[in-house]
Design a protein around this ligand. Sequence first.
Ligand code: SF4
Length: 196
Amino acid sequence: MLSLDHHFRVIPHHRRRSGILDEWAEYSMQAIELIPFRPDCNVSSEVVNVKAVLNRDMSDLLPYVKGELGAVKYFPHGPHIKFVFKGHPVTVFRDYFAMGGFADGDAACACARELLGLLQDIERRKDRITPDATPHNPPTVLDVFKLLPRKTGCSQCGHQTCLALATALTREEAVPTACPRMDPESLAGLKALLGV
Ligand code: SF4
């Protein structure tokens, strides 16, 4: 199972919420804990992410989330799904989900609660949703590379070569706007290819 645990910088314990939260007690899927954190990869960042620890394995629900929301990438190995919720990238694993890009912990936890409500609603309506377990097939490095300016060595994207950025993009370790030298048409094509 793919794990993000090593990326988590857990905020001091007094800022955690422990125990199943009352307002979710009627659902089979509940959040046990919301943990806001700053990414270890950039401790000086002002951006806050949040991890919601769930009380059950929700692998069975992931295809229904894709079936309901559509623009969801399904990864059968894990399994896990990725999508964007209210402008924030989300990854849902078996028993927790993580969201990124918030200004502070309160905003992060509020959005996590909204997402949990959506997941609970999908769980409740599961019998009326057609599941979609189509695996996400990422484009090849070559496909991505062809859309980059191929000015090898300029490094303005933070990678030494266009090929290095293409590799990072296919691994979802970079975003299409990382290269400042792309024309709008190529950038749109790259976003479409990557499904972002
Ligand atoms: S900034 Fe763009 S052109 Fe320069 S190396 Fe990176 S991907 Fe290539």
